[in-house]
Design a protein around this ligand. Structure first.
Ligand code: MLT
Length: 317
């Protein structure tokens, strides 16, 4: 098969694909360059690069787009389905990495670590200012979304001695409930209870019509002053203007890895009031960016490509 890998991909997995297929490797391809580079390729593998309806319409030979990650919101799936192009993702393989970043942001916020580092680098010593951390032991942490990432985060937060809560839902799978029980998650009736009672809220849901602006003015009206919000899922789960208001009016603080207007390429510029806010510790959508996670994701991408080449029916999203 003729394949284009348009984002960084671990070498050993690249070699495996290249050994069996005609594989073009063009890491860091921008959305604008994609059309030219796809040419007559049948399979496209992307991570950050956006795949628009226009690109898909021009890609006459394209049969499969594989997203090297869980979310597929960077690909115009409606256009792909109209054109008969399959879209596949590799969910779960980067779950631990994302959970680790959410936890890192939580610890960084509690101890103000980025600010202490910046002060020390500038030669300032201020033990007084940094002696006001609240500590995490016994804090109430609300996990919103109990998929693989949410559960991995809940497990790690519980290991720090926090009390972990989630919203009860009749549709939860028995395996999820069993794992939640092992972790010690307690269930509350709805999101407003979670918002009112938790010191920390962590988002672990995909982007969809039903999750867009889940964290809005109405929900933020319920949170306590000083609540910490973590978003390592998708930018549009949060109404960014409403969050900025809550940060200004009641000292909400946030650890944010994902923004509504991300560049859509691995490098670029970002003009975001949220990222620039002093109550935000932001990162560059790097939740999945560990060597371990990228190897696991790449391994699964290779499997998806091989199955497609063999004509196996794909688990497509
Ligand atoms: C995912 O969808 O799994 C991640 O957002 C992948 C990424 O880091 O780009």
């Amino acid at each position: 098969m003729r394949i284009l890998i348009a984002d960084a991909f671990p070498e050993e997995h690249l070699d495996r694909i290249a050994a069996a297929h005609d594989c073009a490797y063009e890491p860091d391809t921008t959305a604008n360059q994609l059309t030219d580079r796809i040419g007559d390729r049948e399979v496209l593998v992307v991570r950050s690069t956006r795949v628009t309806a226009e690109t898909l319409a021009d890609a006459r030979s394209l049969r499969l787009v594989v997203r090297a990650g869980s979310g597929t919101n960077t690909i115009d799936r409606d256009a792909a389905s109209r054109l008969g192009i399959h879209v596949a993702n590799v969910p779960g393989r980067n779950a631990v990495a994302v959970a680790e970043l959410a936890l890192a942001l939580l610890l960084a916020l509690d101890r103000n670590i980025p600010d202490t580092v910046a002060d020390l680098r500038a030669g300032r010593w201020d033990k007084k200012r940094y002696s006001r951390a609240r500590g995490l032991l016994g804090r109430d942490v609300g996990v919103i979304g109990l998929g693989q990432i949410g559960l991995a985060f809940a497990e790690r937060a519980a290991a720090l001695g926090t009390r972990v809560h989630a919203v009860a839902k009749p549709s939860r799978a028995p395996e999820t409930l069993e794992r939640a029980r092992d972790i010690g998650i307690t269930f509350v009736d709805d999101l407003t209870v979670l918002a009112r009672t938790c010191d920390v809220l962590s988002l672990h849901l995909p982007s969809s019509d039903t999750t867009r602006h889940l964290v809005d003015r109405e929900l933020l009206a319920h949170v306590q002053p000083g609540t910490i919000l973590l978003n390592t899922a998708r930018g549009d789960l949060v109404d960014e203007d409403a969050l900025i208001e809550a940060m200004d009016s009641k000292g909400v603080r946030a650890g944010i890895d994902v923004f509504v207007d991300e560049p859509g390429t691995p490098t670029g510029t970002i003009d975001s009031r949220l990222a620039a806010h002093p109550h935000v510790y932001g990162t560059h959508h790097i939740g999945a960016s560990t060597e371990q996670a990228q190897h696991a994701v790449a391994e699964e991408v290779v499997r998806v490509v091989e199955e497609f080449a063999a004509g196996t029916v794909l688990h497509c999203v």
